[in-house]
Design a protein around this ligand. Structure first.
Ligand SMILES: Cc1cc2nc3c(=O)[nH]c(=O)nc-3n(C[C@H](O)[C@H](O)[C@H](O)COP(=O)(O)O)c2cc1C
Ligand code: SF4
Length: 695
């Protein structure tokens, strides 16, 4: 995975070596590096990626491979020319090599759901320094093939255990494989066999240059989604066979799609669906004699199944190992439940779009391994007595880090369950439930003294004589001032959360009695303690009408919309801003908004709700442009029918915070939403650093 840690010269530096070393220490069998530009900076998509264009790259790469080898792992380099995605060539005014010049450049359907700020960042990265697309001549192809071969020889000399040719994701070689991007009429275009010729020649040239001392294999696209003449699986099968005949040692089967489409990225490159490419990998495995590496949101339990079912021979994991570099060791030690789960939020992969260093919502050490790789495992010089107030994600993460560093931690939680805002987030988006389960388990494993149903009074805190107090009491919600917000069928996110997650229904008066009874019944059965089972229960019963309008299309409003659509509701979301869910990482936002629209959800931007009455929600459109962009039916302009309304606005930092600045004479550290809304990422990072700051 491209992590954008290199300084701008293509050389492996200490941060990126520490990042790989941390994964090697974590027990992975084989690391395949990020895309390394074989002709750096030509054909590179970032100045901050690895390069291998001359022998001067060998010493730093040798340092990288030896540091990885020291932990018993193997390491292969992924060599690429980025073709049409060579952002560095564009910016620096060089020719951008492509198989052919074509008329179609993508659907650009992502534009509508990308914020102006993000578009600005992307434009800055793609900054036009005059680089123009140029169809490769035969000489260009031969020269590029030689450069691939030379880069492979350098990889061998630097101690790499193998080379993966990046022949997917729209980069140069995969563009040759695609009928959409390759319209050549010479021997490198036409049939799939001819389109595969460049790849075949690269494999052969590389094998010769490394003298077959290390294996050479390639990453291929099983399919190119939402691209008119894109790669089909039938093509991929032929290419894979040709690659095998040319001596490829394995096929790493990924997928790709129109990179300007709001939907294709999460269908192909980083699939939203678990193990999405599993069946294709199984079919390819049946075709070939060489091993197949399966990839694409494969979690450990699915990985085992895929291996058992012979869907793949090896499993590649990307984000799972960004989220937890120790994943492999934890599996080996038989404790899969200790693996910090990836929550499929796409925060990590949003960064490379803007040419910024990668970071992870749940693993604050990612991108700063030099300082933080072992920080949550190293023991503190002096063990302290620590009180944490609040058992949401920030409080639990602070408790986890503190306890794991040897501090004596007591955590007060006023409600009867751990989780705070994460409990509701877990209900509306399943991957979050895994994080909740993991954090909760860590409290147990690390011996945190968790006191549920226990308000943290000054006396209770004082009684423990703590050295430090960390306050993680979560955000608050301002009451809505919209006329009609007090009507019976209008609830706010808190009301809904309280009823559905069982975090107290006493003051959630507006949810109908039947709903409260159902939730109570659920709790009695023990269902609300488990987000997954509760999610299933709400598919059978939900205390909401058929037509639901959500006021506020931020992250919370959109996740509630997703949850309700999944439960058969017709949903309208109204938001005053220009984009829905600007807080979500854009690939996830693209996916969710596409899915919502596909399910008939009406998304109205640039609109302010003016009143709510018994039947309708009335709103004012901000300006004509927004009006034209909205798909509002003529007869319902400025109002929508709603038999339930959810107010998902008004999240703020905690106004009671002043009284928490010093508790029982002790200075406190405030973390998570209490100090300003930061959602899961903010909570996890805050909690982590608060845990570390104890010493
Ligand atoms: C931050 C990030 C950077 C990536 N960069 C690359 C890359 O350099 N080369 C590549 O082949 N795939 C890249 N990918 C795709 C991954 O290799 C992998 O195929 C994809 O994330 C799906 O697998 P996963 O669900 O296990 O993460 C990247 C993914 C992420 C999250
Ligand atoms: S940022 Fe999100 S998607 Fe990426 S690895 Fe971390 S949890 Fe997973």
């Amino acid at each position: 995975m491209g992590v954008e840690m290199v300084d701008g010269d293509g050389l492996a530096n200490e941060p990126i070596i520490a990042y790989y070393e941390d994964r090697a220490r974590g027990g992975v069998g084989l690391i395949i590096t990020e895309t390394c530009a074989m002709d750096y900076p030509n054909g590179a998509n970032s100045r901050h990626q690895l390069g291998m264009s001359s022998d001067s790259f060998i010493p730093s790469m040798t340092e990288l491979t030896s540091r990885v080898h020291a932990h018993g792992a193997k390491i292969a380099v992924q060599l690429a020319h980025h073709g049409k995605v060579s952002r560095v060539d564009k910016k620096e005014g060089r020719d951008i090599l492509v198989p052919s010049l074509t008329d179609w450049h993508g659907s650009y359907s992502m534009l509508a759901d990308t914020t102006a700020e993000e578009l600005g960042w992307m434009a800055a990265v793609n900054g036009d320094g005059g680089g123009k697309l140029r169809a490769m001549t035969t000489d260009d192809i031969l020269e590029t093939t030689d450069k691939f071969a030379e880069a492979a020889r350098r990889a061998r000399d630097a101690g790499f255990d193998g080379v993966e040719i990046h022949a997917s994701h729209g980069y140069l070689i995969s563009a040759f494989l695609s009928k959409q991007w390759n319209t050549r009429d010479d021997e490198y275009g036409g049939s799939i066999e001819q389109r595969s010729r460049f790849l075949v020649e690269v494999i052969k040239a590389m094998r010769a240059s490394v003298n077959d001392e290390i294996p050479i294999w390639c990453r291929l696209d099983a399919k190119e989604y939402l691209t008119p003449e894109g790669i089909e699986f039938a093509d991929a099968r032929i290419t894979a066979k040709l690659a095998q005949e040319a001596g490829a040692a394995a096929i790493h089967l990924s997928a790709y799609g129109d990179s300007s489409s709001a939907s294709a990225f999460t269908l192909g490159t980083l699939p939203h669906t678990e193990a999405k490419h599993k069946q294709l990998s199984a079919q390819l495995k049946a075709d070939l004699d060489i091993p197949i590496i399966g990839v694409g949101r494969i979690n450990p339990e699915t990985a085992e199944q895929m291996l058992a079912d012979e869907n793949a021979d090896l499993i590649a994991m990307g984000r799972q190992i960004l989220a937890d570099p120790e994943l492999a060791n934890k599996l080996r030690e038989g404790r899969p439940e200790d693996i910090r789960p990836c929550i499929n939020c796409y925060v990590c992969v949003a960064s490379p779009f803007f040419d910024r260093r990668v970071h992870c919502a749940v693993n604050p050490a990612l991108g700063n391994e030099t300082e933080l790789a072992n920080a949550d495992r190293d023991k503190a010089a002096t063990a302290k007595r620590v009180v944490i107030v609040g058992g949401g994600p920030a409080g639990m993460e602070a408790a986890r880090v503190a306890a794991s560093r040897g501090h004596d931690v007591t955590l007060f939680e006023a409600s009867k369950q751990l989780g705070g805002a994460l409990r509701f987030a877990a209900l509306v988006y399943e991957p979050n439930a895994r994080l909740l389960a993991w954090l909760t388990r860590q409290m147990d494993t690390l011996g945190v003294d968790v006191r549920l149903n226990t308000p943290a009074t000054p006396q209770a805190i004082q009684a423990l004589s703590p050295d430090d107090v960390i306050v993680a009491i979560g955000g608050a919600r301002e009451a809505s001032t919209i006329p009609g917000a007090d009507l019976k069928h209008v609830v706010d996110g808190d009301d809904l959360r309280k009823v559905l997650t069982g975090s107290g229904d006493g003051d959630a008066k507006k949810v109908p009695l039947a709903g409260r009874l159902a939730a109570t019944a659920g709790r009695r059965l023990g269902l609300t303690g488990d987000a997954d089972r509760l999610a299933k229960l709400t598919k059978i019963y939900m205390p909401l009408g058929k037509e639901v309008t959500i006021v506020g299309g931020g992250l919370v409003g959109i996740e509630i919309a997703e949850f309700l659509v999944d439960r058969g509701r017709t949903v309208t979301v109204i938001d005053p801003g220009p984009n829905m869910a600007p807080e979500m990482a854009h690939p996830r936002r693209w996916r969710v908004l596409t899915d919502l629209r596909d399910h008939g959800t009406t998304l109205i931007n640039g609109a302010t709700v003016t009143t709510i009455d018994a039947e309708r929600v009335h709103y004012r459109l901000g300006d004509e442009e927004a009006d034209a962009a909205n798909s509002v039916l003529a007869d319902s302009v400025n109002s929508v029918l709603a038999d339930s309304v959810i107010i998902a606005t008004g999240l703020i930092g905690n106004p009671t915070l002043d009284s928490w600045m010093t508790v029982a004479g002790i200075e406190t550290t405030v973390v998570g939403d209490a100090s300003g809304i930061g959602y899961i990422e903010g909570a996890m990072h805050d909690g982590f650093h608060a845990g570390l700051s104890l010493g």
